[in-house]
Design a protein around this ligand. Structure first.
Ligand code: NAP
Ligand code: 8YV
Length: 307
């Protein structure tokens, strides 16, 4: 008998057609009568942003596995799931390149004023009021979180002749970059500070007023990790008061809600949590979602379990 899978949230386009071949698939919409299917559901397909609510988890008594499209586990109720023996799969590695590319793109877009320049040209203002941009090449890059994505970002930054340093809880013995034991020291070193640590309570508001002031008026903050890692009101104040030069934000604290004050600022470049959103990466992520569910229901271990 085919296992029942609930698709709870957006998944890449190659997921549902493949699941339909092997499983009985239910898509969770506002009209879904959850109570009618809940006892049958043995697997969930979701994504790292929408994730799974505690209420949904509690409503599915026979759930065995959650397969998420994305690496972040902060929206997946990991502890609650583990307490019930529910397995959780994520999609590491396949998104490293595109997320790192977005980090570089945001550094360039903020420093070279690309979005304001585009708006100027479209409005017939050409160079009016644009002023000069700032160089990226050869500057100092601080990476908060030299993990899978952080390392790929560093490799790209090497090609820009950047001086690279990082902060995280443990030193990586196999990299040539400077390690700072404190985020404050890293921020003081950095012209560009890129955030790419996981979300959740351990990193909540880590980038606070002190860190932003250490980054200073010539510094740019880029966040490709999670919005919750940055104290957003303090970031907005620092940007508005010129205490930092600019920010490139792929992620926000309360997505998809954007603070109105952020929209007023020309020294900010915003993206809608879009760093892994290329056809190539999303298909690879989708394939891992499908392959993890297939592995589980064939009695094999998950290919890429959440850590
Ligand atoms: P990873 O390989 O696990 O790397 C995370 C790094 O962060 C590790 O090197 C870790 O080092 C460090 N870290 C973790 N907790 C920390 C803490 N409390 N303080 C300081 N450093 C800490 O993860 P990844 O694959 O590179 O992904 C990183 C994150 O990027 C994901 O969790 C996700 O939230 C985000 N992401 C965003 C997008 C997007 O679309 N914008 C896409 C993919 C991923 P230590 O353990 O030594 O501290
Ligand atoms: C996605 C992400 O944007 O991998 C993550 O943790 O945040 C992103 O890759 C997300 O999973 C949307 O599907």
């Amino acid at each position: 008998m085919k296992a029942d899978i609930l698709v709870a949230g957006r998944v890449p386009p190659n997921v549902i057609p493949q699941l339909q071949a092997d499983f009985t698939v239910h898509e969770l919409t506002d009209d879904t009568q959850l109570a009618a299917i809940a006892p049958k559901v043995r697997g969930i397909a979701t994504n790292a942003v929408q994730g799974v609510s505690a209420e949904l988890l509690d409503a599915l008594p026979n759930l065995e596995v959650i397969a998420s499209s994305g690496i972040g586990a902060d929206a997946l109720q990991l502890e609650r799931a583990r307490a019930r023996g529910i397995k959780v799969a994520v999609t590491p590695e396949v998104l490293n390149e595109d997320v790192a590319d977005m980090g570089i793109a945001l550094m360039l877009a903020v420093s070279r004023k690309l979005c304001v320049a585009d708006r100027n040209v479209r409005a017939g203002r050409w160079m009016d009021g644009l002023g000069l941009g700032y160089r990226v090449s050869g500057k100092r890059l601080g990476i908060l979180g030299l993990g899978r994505i952080g390392r790929v970002l560093a490799k790209r930054a090497e090609a820009f002749d950047m001086e690279i340093a990082y902060h995280q809880r443990s030193r990586n013995p196999d990299v040539p970059y400077t390690y700072f034991g404190s985020l404050l020291e890293l921020a003081a070193f950095s012209d560009f500070l890129v955030v790419v640590v996981p979300g959740g309570p351990a990193t909540q508001n880590m980038v606070n007023r002190e860190v932003l002031d250490a980054l200073g008026p010539d510094g740019v903050l880029v966040n490709i990790g999670r919005g919750t890692t940055v104290d957003e009101p303090e970031l907005i104040a620092a940007l508005a008061e010129g205490r930092i030069r600019g920010a490139g934000l792929d992620v926000l604290a309360d997505e998809p809600n954007v603070p109105a004050a952020l929209l007023e600022l020309d020294n900010v470049v915003l993206a809608p949590h879009y760093a892994s959103a290329t056809v190539e990466t999303r298909l690879a992520m989708g394939q891992l979602v499908v392959d993890n569910l297939r592995a589980h229901f064939a009695g094999r271990p998950l290919l890429t379990p959440a850590e």
